[in-house]
Write a protein that binds this ligand. Sequence first.
Ligand code: NAD
Length: 363
Amino acid sequence: MKMNIVCIPGDGIGPEIVAQARAVLDSVADIYGHEITYQDVLMGGASIDVHGIPLTDEAIADARAADAVLMGSIGGDTTKSPWYQLPPDKRPEAGLLKIRKALNLFANLRPAVLYEELADACPLCSEVRQGGFDMLIMRELTGGLYFGERKTYTENGMRHAVDTLTYSEEEIRRIAIKGFEIARKRRKKVTSVDKANVLDSSRLWRAVVNEVAGEYPDVTLSHMLVDNCAMQLVRDPAQFDVILTENMFGDILSDEASMVTGSIGMLASASLNDTKFGLYEPSHGSAPDIAGQDIANPIATILSASMMLRYSFDLDKEADAVDRAVKAVLQEGWRTADIMSEGCRRAGCSEMGRLIAEHIRQQ
Ligand code: NAD
């Protein structure tokens, strides 16, 4: 297969971790006979330094023309970097919001996986984390409370504020379809999370998800109220496969799910539109405190590249090979500084990438 990938290395550790994800993709291409062309595009602080703005229209056009985008992370030290003296719409993060909107990336996927080898980093008690967990939170990203009408006003000397939570059935249907499609590539279980006992938007959410479920008889659907889901994530996270939810609930639950894994350098993410196109990036930021030292953990970006193979190119076998290689390197005791524990072997960012790429060649 020919793959046309735009790379946005970004700022801080971004260029270091993207280089390692590329090394892993190159290894996949060699072994499985694919052809990858990469095009580097500037975004965030790196784009401000060259163009004065965090994302140019040309950069968006390049991303749109690609099959998928692999991103590092953007932004600098928010207390020291001159990028943060600029008005908010000219700062690095504005580029991120702009590209998500321009590419209509409405589905955000955040896997939360607890590797047995890293179980000690998990803040949950040993009975709960025993056996590990592997879930994926699918969050609607472009609708709901964060995009509804809002206002603040004063009436009879009293201040009021209003935010509106609106969803159309079309917005719900397209993310539900994504959720069921992705569950088919996993353990075929969807938990749809809402607040249907109180909110009209949630009752519509539940009704439309039920309609979509009719098209996927091989996938098991259950519904859960968001307050219960927040509890279940720390009580029994292994029960979840795909959690499908709206924007604000997903914002909160995906952070909770990430934190229970305990390892920020391991968390991948993807944002998809209604085609096979996606933007793949680690969940963490640009870690300016450790940039340029070759000590960052590249695994979140490597696992994001694996998601790209699976979800944008339908190369499940190749994605499995990457996931297996990550696991094998951890099993051999290799650790970057952030996940280091006693008795393990320390690897830098480039060494970790090399080890994972090498494992793919040996499988
Ligand atoms: P951060 O995620 O960059 O770092 C938090 C802590 O985790 C730091 O101590 C860092 O060294 C460590 N860390 C993060 N990733 C790591 C990795 N791969 N390996 C080892 N250690 C890692 O969050 P922050 O410090 O709050 O933000 C730094 C910058 O990143 C800010 O400018 C912020 O706006 C930006 N940011 C960007 C994105 C994005 O590009 N999507 C997301 C979050 C934050």
